[in-house]
Design a protein around this ligand. Structure first.
Ligand SMILES: O=C(O)c1ccccc1NCC(=O)[C@H](O)[C@H](O)COP(=O)(O)O
Length: 264
């Protein structure tokens, strides 16, 4: 039986075909001209200290429902007030309950740069992301052939989208560096085949990433102590979803990570 990533990619390809049959790529391309303001995503992550990318995530294959009823506006508003550097919005529908409407709502409700967190495997999604107002997209090395990865990466950059290239092990990191010379590298601490999460993964892979790259540690992060350790070894940003989305007080939980209150 195929793993969960294969299943998500298969259903994504089917959904993309359906959307393409409703709105052809040529029509999407024409809509690019009315794109809103540019909010540089990669730039927002490289400040002194460690930056927080706060994620809007309704549910997930590993955790089931997380906070399905909350509105995008209330969540991203809390993140912005709490000092997050950028937002990540999960737009995959079948497994995460997200949509491009969530991304559009986030763009309206906050001024932060936005990562479209999805399983981008087709040029159509790159254009769709730009038209919907994303400032960056995610490309997962494990979900793509190296040639496809390089093509989608180049297409995104050509549309002024930043790209977070996600890896989980050394062979994937080698592809991210050698095939696309990725500027922003996400180390996913979650193994997408069995959902185990180990933040140690970031420390292990970090040693093989050349200076000058922007490094994001993704998944399984919930405490300020973890951020302090990651900051000490030179990680630029963390991407946090479930721990923030499950918090009773989302804004307070995010403030705890950003240390916004310590700066006042
Ligand atoms: O979260 C999952 O269960 C998952 C399963 C399969 C593919 C991707 C998955 N998550 C997407 C993400 O990358 C996370 O939402 C993101 O890194 C935040 O992780 P967390 O803070 O642990 O919610």
């Amino acid at each position: 039986m195929s793993n969960v990533l294969d299943r998500i990619v298969d259903s994504t390809r089917r959904e993309v075909e359906h959307r393409r049959s409703e709105i052809p790529l040529a029509q999407l391309e024409r809509s690019l001209h009315g794109r809103g303001e540019d909010r540089p995503f990669a730039e927002a992550l490289v400040h002194p200290g460690i930056s927080v990318i706060a994620e809007h995530k309704r549910r997930s294959p590993s955790a089931g429902p997380i906070r399905e009823g909350a509105t995008v506006e209330e969540i991203v508003g809390s993140y912005e007030r709490a000092g997050a550097a950028a937002l990540s919005v999960l737009t995959e529908r079948h497994h995460f309950g997200g949509s491009l409407d969530d991304l559009r709502a986030a763009k309206e409700a906050a001024r932060l740069p936005i990562l479209r967190k999805d399983f981008v495997v087709d040029t159509y999604q790159v254009y769709e992301s730009a038209v919907a107002g994303a400032d960056a997209i995610l490309l997962i090395v494990a979900a793509l052939e190296p040639r496809e990865l390089a093509r989608l990466h180049a297409e995104a950059l050509a549309l002024d989208l930043d790209v977070l290239v996600e890896v989980h092990d050394e062979p994937e990191l080698e592809i991210a560096l050698e095939r696309v010379d990725a500027d922003v590298i996400g180390i996913n601490n979650r193994d997408l085949t069995d959902f185990t999460v180990d933040v140690q993964r970031t420390f292990e892979l970090l040693a093989d990433i050349p200076a000058g790259k922007t490094v994001v540690s993704e998944s399984g992060i919930s405490t300020r102590d973890q951020l302090d350790e990651l900051e000490r070894v030179g990680v630029d940003a963390v991407l946090v979803g479930e721990a923030l989305m499950r918090a009773d007080d989302v804004e307070a939980a995010c403030r705890e990570l950003t240390r916004l209150d310590d700066e006042l």
